[in-house]
Design a protein around this ligand. Structure first.
Ligand SMILES: [Zn+2]
Length: 229
């Protein structure tokens, strides 16, 4: 953990962010670390976590058909996401991009892939929407059109600070379908960075289903199990 943080801090892109080793071919996660992580039990490899009983009990997914997920939200992977999301760290961002390209998802076809939107005031503070970036990284591997079908009307409180009941209230009327798009009869894949309770993606899924979407699934980089928080 400290090694990763110090590498990111010191901006030493020639070293593997997981193990210190000199990395070849400009890889930020060396082949040995990637293989080790890939074979580790927290690596879900874009499986549908709704198939796991532990997720079924803790994730709100009444509007969702599947929730595809790369890995559990555990260090060192979770640190890459945090460093990118909150510190705009480019090395962490590049390492995530490398990981996605090295282990791309193999999913059924969707009509549209779309990121969970960020409110414009938060976007102007942070400068980027990490979910949109992830959608752009995934898009070449997924048979679907990447479109900004959603907008966020309300600057909601940070979901991480709230319990499940508060999350639900916080999200009510936060999202709408962009008036330029129709989802009638279409299958939609929503993209977010981390899923915890699923309240955000499920709220959007319910909205899209109410607008006539045939099917809504979600894809996220990591799954933060509630009992790990
Ligand atoms: Zn390594």
């Amino acid at each position: 953990m400290d090694r990763i943080l110090s590498h990111i801090k010191n901006k030493t892109p020639s070293l593997c962010v997981f193990c210190d080793a000199n990395s070849h071919a400009n890889k930020l996660v060396c082949d040995i670390c990637f293989q080790d992580w890939y074979e580790h039990s927290d690596f879900i490899h874009w499986g549908d976590i709704l198939q796991f009983s532990s997720a079924k009990n803790s994730i709100e997914a009444s509007g969702l058909s599947s929730v595809y997920c790369l890995a559990e939200h555990q260090p060192p992977f979770s640190q890459l996401i945090t460093q990118y999301k909150y510190k705009a760290d480019r090395i962490a961002q590049s390492a995530l991009s490398q990981i996605i390209a090295a282990a791309p998802p193999k999913l059924p076809q969707f009509d549209i892939i779309s990121a969970v939107p960020m409110h414009w005031t938060r976007l102007s503070t942070r400068g980027f929407n990490q979910a949109q970036w992830i959608a752009e990284q995934l898009s070449p591997f997924i048979d679907a059109q990447l479109l900004p079908i959603l907008q966020r009307n309300k600057r909601t409180k940070r979901q991480a600070e709230l319990d499940a009941k508060e999350r639900k209230l916080n999200l009510q009327s936060a999202f709408t379908l962009n008036k330029d798009y129709s989802v009638e009869g279409l299958s939609i894949l929503l993209v977010d960075d981390v899923v915890t309770t699923g309240s955000t993606i499920n709220t959007i899924a319910q909205l899209l289903r109410a607008q006539g979407a045939k099917q809504v699934s979600a894809i996220t980089l990591s799954w933060a199990k509630l009992d790990h928080e």
